[in-house]
Ligand binder design. Structure first.
Ligand SMILES: C[S@@+](CC[C@H](N)C(=O)[O-])C[C@H]1O[C@@H](n2cnc3c(N)ncnc32)[C@H](O)[C@@H]1O
Length: 397
């Protein structure tokens, strides 16, 4: 007879190793968050999940459960510094016969622990503070907040009722009873306001003004801003007395799934016909949309655009940049070495706006993401370079 693995002992050991890795990586810095990660059993929040595989081609995820993988392997993966997917395409997973999933769109997860603790450290909480979290997901980050501050200080909002129900069960099993709300976290929680801290674990295209009103003056909002092309980065805003908030990006790399209510429309928009628009040459090809520095500038200069590449009928490779709302477009085709043609049309000359932003960025010496910041007022939201009175771009509100 084989002995049952001692889940609690193995999990405690794996947590200890996770704490060591996160400390070594410089993400886990304070004794309080150290204690929280050492204590909160992540495996209770990810009893079943999908994990990305290295299969070539379309991104593929494989199911992991104690039954499929064995308890030890499941625990090991639950405490890996990995994002674990718990929902795709807003549909609950059929766990009766889980199969590998290909080419789907993750819509809920337990975020990479290194990013979770990095954000919690950057939230700069102190004893007695209350926190509003947007995006409960599995409830793991909510549990860490409960451990650190006490459950009575924590409110978490999840838009998906099935996801919220699973998080509630997991939190209860672990003895945490924070205030859990099901609904659109972009509206915040007027009943629980004011909050000392607001943290979003889903990405947003702009900072909902409700969060500014519901966070107390001097309080902080921590969120990742993103567009439909890519993430802009993690921004930390301080609330002032006039319903304003302002602050800098503190990192460029974090990326979260976008808040559902701000997701890109399914329809990509009309593909412009070859006779539409006016054509000129440009030294900036499609790579500028994906390179880390210029991609950030593309996202801020073309906040409602998306792009994709597809050959034209005659086989010419084309990259289409499209604004669904106003049908503005820019189409790039190769011309010669390091030269492209750009054909633009619609209300906004997208490539002109991008190149103007690139010129300003180059003139300023190609500053890092952390040299940019955001100002939020009840009327507008602007993303600036260098200082609040520097060159700026509007966020789509
Ligand atoms: C990356 S997951 C959250 C990870 C979570 N903090 C954890 O530790 O497991 C993002 C979550 O945000 C939720 N979400 C998306 N839009 C939302 C909204 N408008 N309000 C509240 N939750 C939202 C998604 O359903 C998803 O569960």
């Amino acid at each position: 007879m084989t002995a049952e693995p001692d889940t609690d002992a193995i999990a405690a050991d794996l947590r200890h190793q996770l704490v060591a890795r996160l400390t070594e990586g410089g993400w886990l810095r304070s004794p309080q968050w150290h204690a929280a990660v050492e204590t909160v059993p992540r495996h209770e929040f990810v009893r079943r999940f999908y994990r990305e595989t290295d299969a070539p081609g379309l991104t593929t995820w494989a199911p992991v459960t104690p039954e499929l993988s064995g308890v030890k392997e499941w625990l090991q993966q639950a405490y890996a510094d990995e994002t674990l997917i718990t929902q795709f395409d807003r549909q609950e997973i059929d766990w009766s016969d889980p199969q590998p999933i290909r080419g789907a769109h993750p819509t809920s997860s337990s975020t990479l622990p290194a990013l979770v603790v990095r954000m919690l450290e950057e939230l700069q909480v102190h004893d007695g503070m209350n926190v509003m979290e947007i995006g409960t997901g599995t409830g793991y980050s909510t549990a860490l907040l409960c451990h650190r501050l006490g459950a009575q200080q924590v409110t978490s909002i999840e838009t998906d009722p099935d996801v919220a129900a699973r998080a509630r069960d997991a939190l209860r099993r672990c003895g945490y009873t924070p205030r859990l709300l099901v609904g659109d976290g972009l509206a915040g929680d007027p009943d629980g306001a004011p909050y000392d801290r607001t943290i979003a674990t889903c990405g947003v295209r702009h900072i909902p003004h409700a969060w500014v009103r519901q966070t107390r003056p001097g309080g902080l909002i921590l969120a990742t801003l993103r567009g439909w092309m890519r993430s802009l980065g993690l921004v930390r805003l301080t609330i002032d007395h006039d319903d304003r908030a302002e602050g800098r990006f503190i990192a460029g790399d974090p990326s979260f799934m976008i808040a559902r209510q701000q997701d890109a429309p399914e329809n990509l928009g009309m593909i412009p016909s070859p006779d539409q628009g006016t054509t000129r040459s440009t030294p900036h090809g499609p790579d500028t949309l994906t390179d880390p520095g210029t991609g950030f500038i593309a996202q801020l200069a073309m906040p409602s655009a998306r792009f994709f590449s597809m050959p034209a009928d005659d086989g010419t490779p084309c990259t289409y940049v499209l604004n669904v709302a106003d049908e503005s477009f820019a189409v790039l085709t190769p011309k010669a070495t390091d030269e492209w043609s750009v054909r633009q049309g619609g209300l906004v000359r997208l490539w002109d706006a991008f190149e103007a932003a690139l010129a300003r960025w180059h003139a300023a010496g190609t500053p890092e993401v952390t040299d940019f910041g955001v100002t939020v007022t009840p009327q507008i939201q602007s993303l600036w370079m260098g200082a609040p009175n520097g060159p700026s771009w509007r966020l789509p509100t």
